[in-house]
Ligand binder design. Structure first.
Ligand code: GLN
Length: 303
């Protein structure tokens, strides 16, 4: 009884006979229904990714082997990942990697899961980079911003820092995976501290997707985020703006003459962040929206 540890979906009309042989297609259908019942956003998609991961195959394989019966050990592996997901652990942490900017990144519960909206920051930075630009990615997490840009801008050089040792190690593994370690220098430490001690000098672009959720809003987020993603990567202090308050003044001393700072922001934060940039004398301030029409990225030129 492969799925006996999982409670029966409340309203299932498609509840399978547990004594029958499970096929790829059968287990996919059952689990997608189960996930739907649990309120998981993209039940079929997630089921396919989890099954492909548990079997060690590409997702397309599931469709070319739809009628294939599954063996006990395969079902057991799948069952344990279904149980984890049913407890709201993010799919990305179960399968251990996630796509961003068309690259796959190792992820773990020590880092924020890369979000599609953060690709806007990468796109803007790639558009501003010049031959040989030097960039600094602060709060690098799994390294997704710096590594994607390193692939996009082959003549650029990068520094990337994170305060979490686990994130630092993961970013290092991802840089090796994508063969850009020779152009990314990784640092462990808080904001500008490590590049200052290393005498890295100034940068053409400073990039940051800082923690920006107000502390008391974290508890209202979906369980996948509030219970599993690292608070360190989410919590932006009482009003969500505490990192911008430090970043914006401190970055001035680390930007080249025509250097820019590019930051991701949360909903409703554009005006406050813009005001901080204005009060520090930054120029050419622009707020860029994401595809959902929300203010997502702010960029500004050094005072
Ligand atoms: N740089 C990573 C990302 O943008 C992590 C950001 C963070 O930890 N706040 O996804």
């Amino acid at each position: 009884m492969p799925l006996s540890l999982i409670s029966k979906p409340k309203s299932s009309k498609r509840w399978p006979d547990l004594d029958k042989v499970w096929t790829v297609g059968g287990i996919l259908e059952w689990t997608a229904f189960y996930f739907k019942d649990l309120g998981i956003d993209r039940p079929r998609f997630e089921t396919e990714l989890l099954l492909a991961f548990s079997l060690g195959v590409e997702r397309i394989w599931l469709y070319t082997h739809y009628k294939q019966p599954l063996m006990g050990p395969e079902l057991n592996r799948f069952r344990s990942s279904v149980i984890r997901r049913s407890r709201r652990e993010p799919l990305q942490y179960i399968i251990g990697e996630w796509g961003f900017w068309s690259l796959d990144f190792y992820v773990s519960p020590s880092v924020l899961i890369p979000r599609q909206e953060t690709e806007h920051l990468v796109e803007i930075a790639a558009g501003m980079a010049r031959h040989g630009s030097k960039m600094f990615d602060i709060c690098t997490g799994c390294g997704n911003i710096a590594i994607s840009l390193a692939k996009e801008c082959p003549s650029s050089f990068f520094c990337a820092a994170d305060i979490s040792p686990e994130a630092f190690n993961l970013a290092r593994r991802n840089a090796m995976r994508h063969k850009v370690s020779d152009r990314i220098r990784l640092f462990l430490g808080d904001l500008f501290d490590p590049v200052k001690s290393a005498g890295e000098g100034c940068f053409d672009l400073i990039l940051c997707n800082p923690p920006y959720i107000p502390t008391n809003e974290i508890g209202c987020l979906q369980p996948e985020i509030r219970e599993f993603e690292p608070k360190l990567a989410l919590d932006g202090g009482e009003d969500g703006l505490s990192f911008y308050r430090r970043l914006i003044p401190d970055a001035i001393g680390f930007l080249n003459q025509n250097g820019h700072i590019i930051m991701e922001i949360g909903e409703g934060q554009a005006k406050d962040v813009k005001d901080m940039l204005i009060s520090q004398g930054y120029q050419d301030i622009a707020v860029i929206k994401d595809y959902a029409g929300l203010d997502r990225v702010v960029r500004a030129k050094r005072p």
